[in-house]
Design a protein around this ligand. Structure first.
Ligand code: 48F
Length: 257
């Protein structure tokens, strides 16, 4: 084995992937449950898609379950997605199904990649690209380590027909659009309304209605959708996140037609 050949193999194949991701149909920000579910359904539908995740690991809030008890709960509709992906669940009571958080995170990642989605970890989205009368048309990327080390290094950009904000509670892409661009979101106020305190039932009920194109070229999914539209948080019930990711994929596919 030759060290330089190993290094060339890694460098060339990574650069090839990155070059291919520079022109996407759908760019997803955040590899939590919503982002990975969206990536899976998009890639399965033949859409050229990639996720950009700022952390080392994918999975977002899945791994920790509820308060580090690494189990998650889904309702019947969410269980259908877990069944489809071959993830086992145990019925706790009627309508409450428990899954192993580690199995959920690793399987979601695996099915998305096997379906053809690319996942780039350690890359932070720090801005959006705007074109055609204020349409979100791409992302501005930098290594997460650059901001951690507070280095002054310019980013690179990719183009994408659609962007999905799946950044969770922080709804970072919607913040960029409103604060930096002064853009009006399709919410009651035109701004980010902000997440409400916990109410699992209402939070889960409202998340699908909140999953939509919130600005031209920008779809919001998962907890970001709840935060943007002012719905309650729901805690460690994850069915809504998976269903929201699936719906975001469907909306993106409609918009791409
Ligand atoms: O937080 P996260 O898991 O969002 P989600 O898919 O799911 C929410 C649940 O985990 C949980 C919940 C369930 O009821 O309330 O909180 O909506 O995943 C978001 C991912 O986005 C990444 C972040 O590291 C996380 O993995 N992320 C956030 N901002 C950026 C980003 C950014 N600017 N660039 C790249 N990745």
């Amino acid at each position: 084995m030759d060290e330089v050949t190993i290094s060339r193999a890694i460098t060339e194949s990574y650069i090839k992937d990155l070059l291919e991701a520079m022109e996407l149909d759908v760019a997803i920000v955040g590899a939590g449950p919503a982002g990975m579910a969206a990536a899976y359904y998009l890639a399965r539908g033949g859409v050229k898609t990639a996720i950009f995740e700022k952390k080392l690991s994918v999975g977002g809030g899945i791994w920790g379950g509820g308060m580090m008890f690494n189990k998650i709960v889904v309702q019947a509709e969410g269980k259908e997605i877990l069944d489809e992906l071959g993830i086992s669940t145990i019925q706790y009571q009627e309508g409450y199904y428990v899954a192993n958080a580690v199995e959920v995170a690793s399987t979601l990642c695996s099915v998305a990649v096997k379906a053809g989605a690319r996942i780039f970890n350690l890359l932070s989205v720090e801005d959006v690209v705007i074109r055609e009368a204020d349409r979100v048309s791409g992302l501005v990327l930098n290594w997460s380590a650059v901001s951690t080390a507070n280095l002054h290094i310019d980013p690179l950009a990719i183009r994408s027909k659609i962007v999905i904000d799946a950044t969770g509670h922080a709804c970072e892409i919607c913040h960029l659009v409103t604060e930096k661009l002064g853009g009006k979101l399709r919410t009651a106020t035109g701004k980010i309304i902000g997440e409400k305190p916990m109410w699992a039932e209402i939070g889960e009920k409202e998340i699908l209605g909140n999953t939509k194109e919130v600005y031209p070229g920008l779809i919001v999914a998962g907890m970001a959708a709840s935060a943007v539209f002012g719905s309650p948080r729901m805690g460690p019930i994850f069915g809504g996140m998976l269903l929201s990711g699936k719906k975001a994929a469907q909306i993106a596919m409609e918009l791409l037609k």
